[in-house]
Design a protein around this ligand. Structure first.
Ligand SMILES: *Cc1c(COP(=O)(O)O)cnc(C)c1O
Length: 359
């Protein structure tokens, strides 16, 4: 384990935060982890007070987009024990994104050490209310100081955190996008790369202006196969089976997706991962067999879908009372996080609290 020196804040900001009313993504905890890549190696690991840093005007990431991130959550179980959910998968996915963007991999065990130490130090920032969490944002970007379309020679990796309130997502209305695409096979759709989200803003605004919550992305070639929605993978319950688009290289490999698939299989539900044509969903809908649809992601775990519009057809899905599988899957992940369901898969990692005065 590489040593991570901690330079603690002199005064915590925690008393200024109203934990009953946390605006999403705008409140940040006291500390952040930082590391620098130089001369072919990562080093300079440290945990320092959270705050801005200087960026050179030629900073490569700003010009040519070498920027990738992760999103994960730390929670507390019913006894106040902090825990992380499958952090090693986030470390692996960060590195998969790094490889695609010609960025250096960050050692996976150092990633896990860093999140453990940071969460251990910031444990008081994990909101106690059920469904709340401390959101962690790992971010890597090329900070080389030259203008030229080439991989950066230096990189920064940081992890910062912020509390998020309980997430009670309303069922979402989706519209299948038939003009813009999120990702093509061979592109960067599988990476959590910054540019993917920039290019989604215009279609999302268009969808919002037409009264929809999110875009349902379709394949880039024929606009025929379902990909995913916004920042979540999509699932459909058709005739009792759980159906989801296969990860073909253009779809983000969600960790929640992977977890839900395994929970469903362990409960004896048949799971089908395949190229999923929208026509198949429409056919199921017309036959009265489209029972549920939901999105999966770290933030909401499960977001139920109430309506899907494709061209001039609007499919209105069954009411919430009839949604058994989506609800069961969400309750299972929530229960694992709260420690009320036994973790037989080793998904939940308890984190040692670090006492601020002793660091
Ligand atoms: C992060 C993300 C997801 C969900 O991934 P999780 O690992 O489950 O949080 C799905 N789609 C996109 C585009 C994403 O960025």
């Amino acid at each position: 384990m590489t040593k991570i020196p901690i330079h603690p804040v002199t005064a915590s900001r925690i008393s200024s935060v109203d934990f009953n009313n946390i605006p999403f993504g705008r409140t940040f905890s006291d500390h952040m982890f930082t590391a620098d890549y130089k001369d072919g190696a990562w080093g300079n690991y440290q945990i320092i007070p959270f705050g801005p840093f200087e960026v050179h005007p030629a900073c490569l990431a700003l010009h040519y987009g070498q920027s990738i991130f992760e999103g994960m959550k730390a929670s507390k179980d019913k006894n106040g024990q902090p825990m992380l959910f499958r952090p090693e998968l986030h470390a692996q996915r960060l590195n998969a994104s790094a490889r695609r963007l010609s960025m250096p991999e960050f050692p996976e065990s150092d990633f896990v050490d860093a999140v453990e130490k940071l969460v251990g130090l910031e444990h008081e920032w994990i909101p106690p209310a059920e469904g709340s969490a401390l959101y962690l944002r790992p971010l890597m970007f090329g900070n080389g100081e030259f203008i030229g379309v080439a991989p950066s020679d230096t990189y920064k990796f940081i992890i910062f955190t912020g509390p998020v309130g309980p997430y009670y997502p309303k069922p979402v209305r989706l519209i299948a996008e038939d003009q813009y695409v999120r990702a093509a096979i061979g592109g960067v759709g599988e990476a959590k790369a910054a540019g993917n989200y920039a290019s989604s803003l215009l279609p999302a605004a268009k969808a919002n202006a037409s009264g929809y919550d999110q875009v349902m992305w379709m394949d880039a070639k024929e606009f025929k196969y379902i990909q995913e929605a916004g920042t979540m993978n999509l699932f459909f319950v058709i005739d009792g089976k759980l159906v989801t688009p296969e990860t073909d290289g253009a779809i983000l490999k969600g960790i929640t997706r992977r977890t839900l698939i395994q929970i469903a299989q362990d409960k004896g539900i048949e799971v089908i991962e395949k190229r999923l044509p929208i026509d198949e969903v429409i056919e199921a809908y017309r036959a009265g067999k489209l029972e549920e649809s939901f999105g999966s992601g770290t933030a909401a775990v499960v977001s139920h879908v109430s309506e899907i519009t494709y061209r001039d057809l609007t499919m209105v899905l069954p009411p919430m009372e009839e949604r058994k599988i989506g609800k069961m899957l969400k309750a299972t992940i929530d229960g694992l996080r709260a420690g009320t369901i036994e973790d037989t898969n080793g998904w939940v990692r308890p984190i040692d609290k670090l006492e601020r005065l002793s660091v």
